[in-house]
Design a protein around this ligand. Structure first.
Ligand code: GDP
Ligand code: MG
Length: 177
């Protein structure tokens, strides 16, 4: 199970961005370790996680960066974005403001990252149907107008998490090869 030592053909960096408590850290722990936490531990202290992904006959090591809570203060620095080939731009479907802030995050991302950075818009917490404040169609239209990929996910129920990361990784692979 320890894929860390496995030989890889490519290594690339991707970042998670979005407002506080949208589920960034849980999406990452679901993807990298298949774990979920009900309590919010804003700072786990881990800067990034790795996972190896097989694309065709190649092995890609994805290094995914998580914020250590800096997003609370809008204090994500340019070094966080530097060299990132992909980004998951995450909002919480139960909090409208997190969706409205997506444009700010996108602006910052485009300011600091490479123009062909692959961006996937992610509406997380799709399991909380009762408290939905952002319709799936709102996410879709924003993604269409900004030229992004789009999925709704649930880190809790493990729905579309793998897909969101794999869409990003697959697209990066196409861009770099
Ligand atoms: P971050 O600040 O963006 O890293 O968000 P966290 O991953 O720390 O999650 C914030 C809170 O939302 C925690 O209480 C999580 O348990 C909860 N959470 C994260 N993802 C989901 C999800 O898909 N569904 C539900 N119901 N709760 C979630
Ligand atoms: Mg976090």
């Amino acid at each position: 199970e320890d894929s860390y030592e496995e030989e890889c053909d490519y290594l690339f960096k991707a970042v998670l961005i979005g407002d506080s408590a949208v589920g960034k850290s849980n999406l990452l722990s679901r993807f990298s370790k298949d774990e979920f936490r009900l309590d919010s531990k804003p700072t786990i202290g881990v800067e990034f996680a790795y996972r190896n992904v097989h694309v065709g006959d190649k092995i890609i090591k994805a290094q995914i960066w998580d914020t250590a809570g800096q997003e609370r203060f809008r204090a994500i620095t340019s070094s966080y974005y530097r060299g990132a080939l992909g980004a998951l731009l995450i909002y919480d479907i139960t909090r409208r403001t997190t969706f409205e802030n997506i444009k700010k995050w996108l602006f910052e991302l485009r300011d600091f990252s490479n123009p062909d950075t692959v961006v996937v818009l992610v509406g997380n917490k799709s399991d909380l149907r009762q408290s939905r404040e952002v319709e799936e169609d709102d996410g879709k239209s924003l993604a269409e107008s900004e030229g992004l990929y789009f999925l709704e996910t649930s880190a809790l129920e493990n729905v579309n998490v793998e897909e969101a990361f794999l869409v990003m990784i697959g697209r990066i692979h196409e861009v770099v090869t």
